[in-house]
Design a protein around this ligand. Structure first.
Ligand code: AMP
Ligand code: ZN
Length: 447
């Protein structure tokens, strides 16, 4: 296999080899359904979609599992603030998530796992950890004892962090500067949803959700686990600890983490008012796929700075591409030279920006349109820009006959007459260009 991916575990680019020949188990940490998904989240979900498409482009059969966190501290807080059942909150935001997913042309996962449907698997996993003596009971919940797992820190590196001996954290999102024992199961505080378990009524911590769901669906060991870089520590580190301590096996071979999206050079935050959703993008007059295009212009391990200006440039590039493709003839045998260069780029740790530039180079090349069309369709399988759904540009009535007549006049040397016809066509909104393959037309852009 020629596919190479950067592995955050080894901190190296490695050749990708699946555990089972031809099959890939892929787990991506999904949204927490307590708010609208923002464009930073979408950047990560689009990186994961491209990863899946590249794996499929390499002939692999991908089982993609994405979780929906439908119980955690933030959801409970919002439900309490709004005085509604927590399920009302998660149902609403999950619904919007699935609608937006389609608008961004993100392929659906083979399975979406909701945390509340896997409580029994989480209880079983915690019981195993208790039996092995790596988990213990505290006053407000069951905790994982990090000191008992010798490989703790192998993903994120702990050199810069301090071990808070004996300290415990109950919050799902905690301090990135320190490491301490973390909650696997939380005993209920007043008014919180809870489930019965052999070690007391309670609810799961956030980290155990992903371990239990991924193991249940993909097995004790699987190929690739992803998320945004903020999840590296503590979320993914804790997932490794819980899973490997329970099964005694290597949990995941490849860890891939997408870099963050900044907005106007700032971290997205409510106080700065720069937390945009897909709805904001559409309200701003842009196409969801222009946002996708913008994300494809940066490598997933580099920060990307979102500005409205850069989104405008992405929209223009996408419009141009659509116009070119709409004018193409039927797709036949593609340009193998460009297709090979495209594949070499994407196989090199998903160098999509390079892949995009190879596509543009091809589009501007002298290859016949029918070949370019075929190759655009091939590349679109990875890019997901909807270039396979572009309606062929239609000529206005009478234009086709006029183009033919004009060509006869031109061939006969009657340039005055053919120029007159060119102007007539322009008035109909059709631009004609004379090429070695014969006349080519396109619909004139409306200003
Ligand atoms: P959450 O719903 O907060 O769990 O986040 C869902 C996904 O979005 C996770 O993989 C996060 O790492 C990722 N994420 C959060 N903020 C950003 C950002 N600014 N840029 C890129 N990815 C992000
Ligand atoms: Zn997760």
């Amino acid at each position: 296999m020629s596919l190479k991916l950067y592995n955050f575990l080894s901190k190296k680019i490695e050749e990708f080899k699946p555990i089972k020949n031809g099959e890939v188990g892929l787990y991506t940490c999904g949204p927490t359904a307590y708010n609208y998904v923002h464009i930073g989240n979408w950047r990560t979900f689009i990186f994961e979609d491209v990863l899946k498409r590249v794996l499929e482009f390499n002939g692999l059969n991908v089982s993609h599992v994405m979780n929906i966190t439908d119980i955690d501290d933030k959801i409970i807080k919002k439900a309490n603030d709004e005085k509604v059942d927590f399920k009302e909150i998660t149902k609403k935001y999950e619904g919007v998530f699935f609608v937006d997913l389609k608008k961004l042309n993100i392929l659906p996962a083979e399975k979406y796992t909701r945390a509340t449907s896997y409580i029994q698997q989480m209880i079983d996993l915690i019981q195993k950890l208790l039996d092995k003596g790596v988990a213990y009971k505290g006053d407000d919940g069951i905790y994982f004892a990090v000191e008992k797992f010798k490989d703790y820190g192998k993903l994120s590196g702990l050199e810069k962090r301090e071990l808070k001996k004996g300290a415990r954290v109950n919050d799902d999102q905690y301090d990135k500067e320190n490491w301490s024992d973390f909650a696997l199961w939380k005993f209920p505080k007043g008014g919180e949803p809870s489930w019965p378990s052999p070690f007391g009524e309670g609810r799961p911590g956030w980290h155990i959700e992903c371990s239990a769901m991924s193991i249940a669906e993909l097995g004790d060991s699987f190929d690739i686990h992803t998320g945004g870089v903020d999840l590296l520590f503590p979320h993914h580190e804790n997932e490794i600890a819980q899973s490997e301590a329970a099964t005694g096996k290597k949990f995941v071979n490849f860890w891939m983490e997408g870099e963050h999206l900044l907005v106007e050079e700032e971290k997205m935050s409510k106080s700065l008012g720069n937390v945009y959703t897909l709805e904001d993008i559409v309200k701003g007059g842009f196409d969801p796929l222009a946002l996708r295009y913008l994300f494809l212009t940066a490598h997933y391990r580099s920060k990307l700075n979102f500005t409205w200006k850069s989104l405008g440039a992405a929209q223009n590039a996408l419009n141009n591409l659509r116009e070119i493709v709409a004018g193409y003839q039927e797709a036949v045998i593609g340009c193998s030279e460009f297709e090979q260069r495209f594949k070499d780029s994407i196989d090199n740790d998903l160098d999509i920006p390079k892949g995009l530039s190879v596509m543009w180079e091809m589009v501007k090349s002298d290859y016949p349109d029918s070949a370019k069309h075929q190759s655009v369709l091939v590349m679109n399988k990875v890019l997901g820009l909807g270039l396979d759904k572009i309606a062929k540009a239609e000529l206005p009535r009478g234009a086709e006959e006029l183009i033919e007549k004009r060509e006869l006049e031109r061939k006969g040397g009657n340039f005055e007459e053919s120029d007159k016809m060119r102007r007539e066509l322009l008035e109909m909104g059709v631009e004609v260009e004379d090429t070695s393959e014969g006349p080519k037309w396109k619909i004139k852009k409306k200003n």
